[in-house]
Write a protein that binds this ligand. Structure first.
Ligand code: URA
Length: 202
């Protein structure tokens, strides 16, 4: 049977493949436009995301929204998910065993969204999706072809909250993202394909 959003979301809600299920309040499955041409992948839910079951709703999420707005994007035009869907206690990095248990769900999300552009938010997502040796301070803003998808990594918004000195580099990466969108995404005179074909959950 072909995969569907309903089956995938139910599989995630019921998942007990790693120990994070014992401490989670809610699974932060994914958010945004399921037909988006741009997909963003973070690391894992924090406390706010765990409460609400939605990725990037805390302070880092607010900054992410502000960053997207700089290039005319918002959550109706992108799809957002994480490498792991349940909160690592104390906001520690997700362990490899947890990432291994969860990554299949992200791949299924990618297969359903079929983005043209993938943006890794931070080191954990970049190491998992681009290259295990990825160095975020050196390799952010560089474009890669990953299985036919144009892929780049930016600093995680939490890193930008901790160190404002990194913001000019992230601004340049955002501009590069905007140029890549202009180059590879289908736009029409009235807007984005994803907007024409329905709202956030279309
Ligand atoms: N940080 C992440 O990587 N993902 C979230 O959903 C929230 C904070």
């Amino acid at each position: 049977m072909p995969d569907s959003w309903e089956v995938l979301e139910r599989d995630c809600e019921r998942c007990r493949e790693c120990a994070l299920c014992q401490t989670r309040k809610k699974v932060a499955f994914g958010a945004g436009n399921r037909r988006a041409e741009v997909m963003l992948v973070g690391e894992g839910p924090g406390a706010n995301e765990d409460e609400q079951g939605v990725p990037f709703v805390g302070k880092a999420g607010q900054l992410l929204d502000d960053m997207l707005a700089i290039i005319g994007l918002d959550r109706t035009k992108v799809y957002i998910a994480n490498i792991v869907k349940c909160r690592p206690p104390g906001n520690r990095d997700p362990m490899n065993v947890e990432q291994d248990a969860c990554i299949g769900y992200l791949y299924r999300q990618m297969a359903l969204v079929r983005p043209k552009i993938l943006v890794c938010l931070g080191r954990i997502a970049a190491m998992r999706l681009i290259n295990p040796k990825f160095r975020i301070s050196k390799d952010h803003g560089v474009w890669y072809d990953v299985d036919g998808v144009r892929t780049m990594a930016m600093y995680h918004p939490s890193a930008l909250l901790r160190d404002e000195g990194k913001r000019p580099e992230s601004f340049a990466d955002l501009k590069s993202l905007q140029r890549e969108i202009d180059r590879v995404c289908e736009r029409t005179p009235t807007g984005w394909r994803s907007l024409l074909s329905g709202g956030p959950e279309a």
